[in-house]
Design a protein around this ligand. Sequence first.
Ligand code: PNS
Length: 159
Amino acid sequence: MAVAVYPGSFDPVTLGHMDIIERTAQMMDHVIIGVLCNNSKTPLFSAENRVKMLLGVTSHLKNVEVKAFDGLLVDFVHQNKADIIVRGLRAITDFDYELQMAQTNRVIAPDIDTVFLTTNLKYSYLSSSIVKEIASYGGDISGFVHPDVAREVQKKLGR
Ligand code: PNS
């Protein structure tokens, strides 16, 4: 059984993330979305809220679950009896960091492989940071995130 973890900050989940989640769900038997609780970035949303938004936008995908995690990604992968990490690649600028992360994870956990999916071209420019920046200036983010997520972002930013 192919069990994959799709990890990230998801602050908030974008349509680009959704595209990767939906395609992964078609390829794998089971997908666990791992929401990193504490990283160096200060998130706009708490881990609890990020998990809640992801649960909402993935409720139609029956083989997808959402969990928060802390600590090393490879430990989370092992705890969940998965052996594949999925990451999206938007552009060549993502590649250095993603390759370094995948190679490091492979050195510390040789039983885990990282699989890269190229992001749908339609979303190749998109990131959670861009969404937050546009929303913070009152811009329209309806083309970038699910309507429920757009509402949460606007509420959080007092828009
Ligand atoms: O959405 P992001 O912020 O690009 O996701 C980054 C993430 C969560 C995949 C990465 O920061 C991570 O795996 N953090 C957990 C800590 C860890 O395992 N670090 C070693 C990887 S080299």
